[in-house]
Design a protein around this ligand. Structure first.
Ligand code: CP3
Length: 352
């Protein structure tokens, strides 16, 4: 939190309050995970991925691994967006090599079987992880809590797993908008309660992942992404006025303009497809809006010269805007841990 002199000792919180410093704060989506040998070692010790998310000691250790290795400005809670469907009773499983699988939700009766009553009891290990992390993290590192946004959560639930197209949820949204709307409302309420409890446990910033917003055309985007996100953000700002929110409506292109205008978040994360100079010029220019992103995760698989040139181009393209350096999507499994070191060392060298 801010010291009595008003100087923010946490670079990430300073950026989200609209401060622009010479060295941008940096963290990476999926900074913990399979590209790190120390993660793979812990992963081997448990049967299923969700067990990691519900074991506070393991989740704390995994969250801290990239902080120790690289000295990022933020730690993101180690968990997954699908713990909410799991807590509601969607029976989430992670199948090796195939990604997540859920019992598909296709009818009123399927929706009626979901139950939000046990939400906090089911997610208590996540809150315990957050409490442990606040005690363990260095004083200049910000702890980010997160949730999936309703559209993306509903997409996995109706589809019954991952997909390139998410046809089943898109079809339900058009054919049975009342049923789909009831699912979105249920999820929005659960997200508000979940994120609010994360703040009570010690989360200092909240990020909302809407990873599949990009499959929705304009009117559907407004109805299933922008409106529910606005409702969540407004509720959380009312309850926790000092906790900044970052939204990541991945893949929405020029609709980032409308999103930024409509949704009162302090930060907006840009996917790799968004030209940074355009975003810096065009997205809501009030002092409270910080942008985040958007290095191509694949740049970490290329040579060092190309990687650093790309990072430099992005830093320059933000001009005078406050921003947080990040990727445009998560670190890929094939990434060499050394490539991440080179990127972070470069960004830290901008201090002088
Ligand atoms: O370091 C971090 O970013 C924190 C941890 C985190 C994970 N998932 C861990 C994870 C976060 C923030 C997420 C978010 C998440 N999960 C999203 C939104 C961001 C995005 O990538 O678009 C989504 C869509 C999911 C759903 C999900 N979880 C999928 C599709 C998969 C399978 C694909 C894959 O990469 O394996 C997961 C599993 C998952 N979540 C892993 C990790 C480290 C790998 C599982 C394993 O180790 O076996």
């Amino acid at each position: 939190m801010a010291s009595s002199s008003g100087i923010q000792a946490k670079p990430l919180l300073a950026a989200l309050r609209g401060e622009r410093r010479k060295r941008p704060p940096v963290w990476l989506m999926r900074q913990a995970g399979r590209y790190l040998p120390e993660y793979r070692e812990i992963r081997r010790s448990v049967a299923g991925f969700l067990e990691l998310c519900y074991s506070p000691d393991l989740a704390i250790e995994i969250t801290l691994q990239p902080i120790r290795r690289y000295g990022f400005d933020a730690a993101i809670l180690f968990s997954d967006i699908l713990v909410i469907p799991d807590a509601l009773g969607a029976d989430v499983r992670f199948v090796e090599g195939e990604g997540p699988q859920l019992t598909p939700l296709r009818s009123r009766a399927d929706l009626a079987r979901l139950d939000a009553k046990g939400l906090h009891a089911h997610l208590e290990p996540v809150y315990a992880t957050i409490r442990g992390l606040r005690a363990a993290l260095p004083s200049d590192v910000t702890l980010i809590g997160f949730s999936g946004a309703p559209w993306t959560l509903a997409a996995y639930m109706v589809e019954g797993g991952g997909s390139k197209e998410f046809l089943a949820p898109r079809r339900m949204a058009r054919r049975e908008p009342e049923l789909f709307g009831a699912l979105i409302d249920l999820l929005a309420d659960a997200v508000i309660e979940y994120l609010s409890a994360q703040v009570t446990a010690g989360a200092e910033v909240l990020q909302l992942f809407d990873s599949w917003a990009g499959v929705l055309p304009e009117p559907e985007l407004r109805r299933w992404c922008i409106e529910p996100t606005k409702r969540i953000v407004t509720a959380l700002r009312g309850r926790h006025p000092d906790v900044p929110l970052i939204a990541f409506p991945r893949g929405i292109g020029a609709s980032y303009v409308e999103f930024a205008r409509e949704v009162p978040v302090q930060g907006i994360s840009l996917d790799t497809g968004v030209p940074v100079a355009w975003a810096a010029r065009t997205l809501r220019r009030d002092p409270s809006l910080c942008l985040q992103g958007n290095l191509d995760p694949v740049a970490l698989l290329g040579d060092e010269t190309g990687l650093l040139a790309e990072a430099q181009r992005i830093v320059a393209a933000y001009g005078d805007r406050p921003f947080i350096f990040n990727l445009g999507h998560g670190v890929t499994q094939e990434t060499s841990p050394d490539a991440v070191s080179r990127l972070v060392d470069y960004l830290k060298s901008l201090d002088g």
